[in-house]
Design a protein around this ligand. Structure first.
Ligand SMILES: Nc1ncnc2c1ncn2[C@@H]1O[C@H](COP(=O)(O)OP(=O)(O)OP(=O)(O)O)[C@@H](O)[C@H]1O
Ligand SMILES: [Mg+2]
Length: 497
């Protein structure tokens, strides 16, 4: 099956056996793999193939191939491979420009870690802290089977991202990943969302509708915030899980479904069971294996890699493009307790990227959620204008490409995060930000024009631009802005938007 989103990799080696081995292993991770043999045409093929990473046999001329590729296509990650247990070969290949050496036969977890670091997939669970690495390893082990998994953690810890990670590395990876938020949908609607309905099942059911269970057939269904589901629906859910069959509302004809169930909760379900609010049998059904995702303050080692990712993610809307953090800013982030966890960190970095007065973000420009009010007040009182960007800095911005591999500055960071040799700091797969365009509706170049405006006007502009970015999704916009949906609604009403 051809997956257009599959990561494309080129394998170059000396012998058919080695090339076939590496090709098969990478295909096993869902990659699209093309191959070439060492020789005069290898460098040309490497340039033309447009792969996201190169796996090159250790006896091949890595230097020449890497130089040809880097000259024409930027710094594409090169990974060397060869017989395991040969430290000299490993050292030699790293010295010649490879970011990592994979010994064959290759260990599954190691090969995946190398691949994910070199070519991160969208939605990957980023981590560096040893606590998180252990969790990700467990999630990967569990992913191989179809057992249900319950992910427990405070809000914003990345439960949904971890659930997606399980799907991503499972054998269902080419099937759908469907998520339903049990807290966000009223009970009456949740049943039809989950199970679907037949035409005429109730007033307004003018045609048959497929539910999430059927939509997820062949893939994974994430029951997000399962602790919020009402007891009656829990009974129906239990039956569906036990029998792997569902009944659409309005019919008693069962439909078989082949799905893997994942669930998340930020409530203690054992307490809920004791209080009679959650069915014990459903709890045991879902809780075959559980993973507790610790709050961010207990795995601060993840902060640098997450920050780098978010800085790249927001580079195109930041006046100074891809910023870095000054030492004082890093310290500030490391010592805060992050009650809103990764989501709050993301909002904070988004704000910092917008407010930065230069390419290096200072601690003063990192406005924690609790400091927001004071910051805006101080700005008003001091009438210190927000600085306008130097146009020339726009040209060095690294723009993340939605759906494509993130910029390689990020890849390099992930590589570093996993203890890999850090490749050259030059961003390899970077594209340049466009020239400042006054007609650009994205609002990306507007901060310079804020100078001289009131805070209220700037706020309105920021809110509307964020909403625009989020394609009108108010929940998402409120999250990014760090305000409640109600506050956002009130402000929009005031603007007449
Ligand atoms: N490890 C991670 N790598 C990359 N992004 C992450 C990671 N963890 C969290 N995020 C980002 O942080 C935000 C919150 O993550 P997510 O929605 O998974 O949290 P959650 O635990 O499900 O929160 P809630 O309980 O509020 O639903 C998302 O924007 C997500 O992309
Ligand atoms: Mg969630």
């Amino acid at each position: 099956m051809h997956n257009p989103k599959a990561r494309s990799i080129l394998v170059i080696g000396e012998t058919p056996a080695d090339v076939a081995y590496m090709q098969a292993r990478l295909k096993g991770f869902g990659c699209r793999v093309s191959t070439a043999f060492a020789g005069p045409g290898a460098a040309r093929k490497a340039v033309e193939e447009k792969a996201l990473a190169l796996f090159i046999g250790v006896d091949t001329d890595i230097t020449t191939i890497a130089a040809a590729v880097h000259a024409e296509r930027g710094r594409i990650p090169v990974i060397a491979f060869g017989r395991a247990g040969n430290p000299q070969a490993a050292a030699k290949s790293i010295a010649r420009g490879a970011v990592e050496f994979v010994g064959i036969p290759a260990d599954d977890a190691f090969l995946r870690a190398v691949l994910d670091a070199a070519v991160p997939e969208p939605g990957q669970f980023l981590h560096r802290d040893p606590k998180s690495s252990r969790i990700v390893n467990l999630a990967h082990r569990v992913a191989a089977s179809d057992v249900p998994l319950l992910i427990i953690g405070e809000t914003g810890t990345g439960k949904e991202v971890l659930a997606h990670e399980v799907h991503r590395v499972s054998k269902r990876r080419d099937g759908p990943f469907i998520s339903i938020n049990c807290a966000a949908i009223p009970d009456t609607l949740l049943e039809s969302e989950l199970f679907g309905y037949e035409k005429g099942a109730f007033t307004g059911a003018t045609q048959r509708r497929i539910g999430k269970f059927e939509e997820a057939n062949g893939g994974t269904l994430l029951l997000d915030e399962i602790g919020e589901m009402e007891l009656r629906l829990q009974a129906k859910l239990l039956r569906a899980l036990q029998e792997r069959q569902i009944d659409r509302i309005g019919t008693n004809q069962s439909v078989s479904v082949d799905i893997r169930i994942l669930a998340t909760t930020n409530r203690d379900l054992e307490v809920e069971v004791k209080a009679g609010r959650f069915r014990e049998d459903l709890f045991y059904r879902l809780n075959v294996i559980n993973i507790v995702l610790p709050p961010l303050r207990e795995r601060t080692g993840d902060i640098p890699v997450l920050v780098d990712f978010f800085l790249s993610k927001y580079a195109d809307i930041a006046p100074f493009g891809r910023c870095t953090l000054g030492e004082d800013a890093q310290e500030k982030l490391m010592s805060y307790n992050w009650p809103g966890n990764v989501r709050e960190l993301e909002n904070t970095i988004y704000r910092a990227a917008l407010l930065a007065s230069g390419p290096v973000v200072t601690a003063n420009e990192v406005i924690l959620t609790s400091e927001q009010k004071t910051y805006y007040q101080a700005l008003l009182e001091s009438s210190t204008p927000l600085s306008s960007p130097q146009p020339s800095t726009w040209h060095s911005a690294v723009v993340p490409q939605p759906g494509a591999a993130p910029p390689s500055a990020y890849a390099a960071n992930v590589a570093a995060a996993k203890g890999f040799a850090q490749p050259d700091a030059t961003p390899p797969v970077a594209s340049l930000a466009p020239e400042e365009d006054p007609d650009d509706p994205s609002g990306s170049a507007t901060i310079g024009t804020f100078v001289g405006q009131t805070i209220a006007a700037v706020e309105q502009e920021l809110i509307l631009a964020t909403l625009d970015r989020c394609l009108g999704n108010r929940t998402q916009a409120a999250h990014i802005l760090g305000i409640s949906i109600q506050t956002l609604r009130n402000k929009l009403d005031r603007y007449g938007a």
